[in-house]
Ligand binder design. Structure first.
Ligand SMILES: [Zn+2]
Length: 561
């Protein structure tokens, strides 16, 4: 521990075999070497820290090795290999185009290209962040790339493939490097920890891997950082404290509270997290990811996408079993929506609180707000046909309708079910108009005006602000006697209406005294006269027209309030 060498450097792979998480790519490179099918130019693309430069160096070493192994790896013993491993080989030239991107830099490099190697067969030129070259430097380089001498091989590396000119792309063999999986990173950190005799908890390594977001180099340097402040004892607790990572236990507790529809508990937990100084955006995206993890571990087919350490796996599985899939879909959608809008929210704390409330609500009945769907069971009324048949209220038993029957009362049973929409208190007043038997057919004609009025009535009494606003903006259009259509702006709105369709329809059934009415939801074909409500919508519209506006906003760190 005392003479701990920075692991990012010490544990840099020196053979293809030891490169983590890029198996198929390193196999292809090795095969090319074994079969002596080398190209003059390669383009290595992929996120930062996933092994592009490392592979380029291993490649340069291997093709210059005097005694390569049959499996295509360098021997690491010959003079050439030793010169590579000791960083004194003259056959490798690295140019970081991020800082040396001028025509002169490229000329200095291309002039060397003509010189033959003294030891070994190839000179390898690695140009890192090649997309940073200036236009004229690119052009100067293109000439060399078109007619390279036999001994020269170029390896261009970039994190931004889309910025590479087609003329360069067409001259290169392209290799796409993957983001390294969390498990691969954890395995490798575990290997390093064992080599260095550092005590660790696997869960701690998992947090580091997540923080590094698929980059091995970052993972190793975070690992070094953690070792230094934890005195060589890498525990889950020290890692979350020092990397400012939110303890996932909070997500378990919040989800638990949501499942119990416990809004106060959710708000208290949120308060506790915020008081520890965690950023709201961080909480929302963490929660979104948590729901996503619960979803993927629910299904054996998607469990491979589940990148959580073994120690907590069982905990996830147990919670996932208690969550309905539909709830998880909804939860992901709601958190994502809040995530996207959070930056523009004026009252940030409120927007997370609202999210938690909506999450709790999403598991209660699909009926709006606090209103509960009530089922009245008429005891001993086998031949119940109409509400008016109920004479004595003592025969009625009111229960909360947690599981509404799909069909009307089964005449063979001694209990007839009568449904009512409204406040629980109203249950004692069966003579009100809102009470109806499920199998009674009502077919009263209604006009377009009646429809709009009832539609707006429903909107105004809805406690779902979003639904209310959207409904008031939309005008339902009567298509024929009992079919009407609404036009929504986007698929999200359509989904939202789809979810609320049943309760809207039930309301209209009784308000319009017509229960054969049907609601069609249609997505408006986008036209350019679309109404933009909020500043954010206006901004997004303008970005769509002119994407450089987004750069401007980022450049000056502007906010939309
Ligand atoms: Zn060798």
């Amino acid at each position: 521990m005392d003479n701990y060498v920075v692991s990012a450097r010490k544990y840099r792979p020196s053979t293809f075999q030891s490169v983590v998480g890029q198996k198929s790519l390193t196999t292809t490179l090795k095969n090319a070497i074994i079969n002596n099918k080398l190209a003059h130019a390669y383009l290595f693309c992929g996120p930062r820290g996933v092994g592009k430069t490392t592979c380029a160096r291993i490649f340069a070493k291997t093709i210059n090795c005097f005694h390569p192994a049959p499996d295509g790896e360098a021997c690491n013993e010959c003079e050439s290999c030793r010169s590579f491993n000791e960083n004194r080989s003259l056959n490798i030239h690295e140019l970081d185009a991020a800082s040396n991107n001028s025509v002169d830099d490229i000329r200095a490099l291309t002039e060397q290209v003509r010189i033959m190697p003294q030891l070994g067969r190839y000179k390898v030129y690695i140009i890192d962040e090649v997309h940073m070259l200036t236009q004229s430097a690119f052009n100067a380089f293109l000439k060399t790339l078109e007619e390279p001498p036999h001994h020269a091989i170029f390896i261009l590396a970039t994190t931004e493939k889309h910025k590479i000119l087609p003329t360069i792309l067409s001259r290169c063999q392209i290799y796409d490097f993957n983001r390294i999986s969390i498990n691969d990173i954890v395995d490798y950190l575990e290997y390093v920890a064992k080599q260095e005799n550092i005590s660790y908890e696997r869960e701690a390594l998992n947090i580091i891997a997540h923080k590094a977001d698929g980059g091995m180099r970052d993972a190793l340097s975070i690992f070094d950082q953690v070792i230094s402040f934890s005195q060589g004892n890498v525990t889950y607790k020290t890692v979350i404290e020092n990397l400012n990572v939110l303890d996932y236990d909070y997500y378990f507790r919040i989800t638990d509270a949501i499942l119990q529809n416990d809004v106060p508990q959710c708000l208290l937990l949120l308060n506790e997290i915020l008081s520890k100084g965690f950023d709201g955006q961080h909480i929302i995206s963490g929660l979104a990811l948590f729901f996503r993890d619960l979803l993927v571990c629910k299904d054996p087919q998607t469990i491979v996408l589940f990148e959580v350490g073994d120690a907590v796996k069982e905990k996830y599985l147990e919670l996932a079993r208690r969550c309905e899939t539909t709830f998880l879909y909804k939860a992901m959608e709601l958190t994502n929506e809040t995530d996207l809008n959070y930056r523009y929210s004026k009252n940030k704390r409120f927007s997370i609180e609202l999210l938690l409330v909506r999450l709790c609500q999403s598991r209660v009945s699909p009926v709006e707000g606090d209103k509960k769907k009530i089922v009245i069971e008429a005891i001993g009324k086998e031949n119940l046909k109409d509400v008016n048949d109920i004479k004595d209220l003592k025969d009625l038993k009111v229960i909360e309708d947690s599981n509404p029957p799909k069909t009307s009362a089964d005449p063979g049973k001694s209990i007839a079910r009568v449904r009512l929409n409204g406040e629980p208190e109203q249950a004692s007043m069966p003579q009100t108009a809102s009470l109806q038997t499920e199998n009674s057919i009502q077919n009263q004609p209604f006009s377009q005006e009646d429809l709009i009025k009832s539609w707006k009535d429903y909107a105004n009494q809805s406690e779902d602000i979003y639904l209310k606003k959207t409904m008031l903006y939309i005008n339902p259009l009567l298509k024929d006697d009992c079919r009407f259509e609404i036009e929504v702006l986007n698929p999200e709105q359509a989904d939202y209406f789809q979810e609320n369709k049943t309760s809207i329809k039930e309301y209209l059934f009784s308000a319009l005294k017509n229960n054969s009415l049907e609601l069609n939801i249609k997505i408006k074909v986008e036209d350019h006269t679309q109404t933009l409500f909020t500043d954010r919508e206006k901004y997004l519209y303008m970005v769509d027209k002119n994407p450089s506006l987004k750069n401007l906003v980022q450049e000056f760190n502007l906010r939309l309030d």
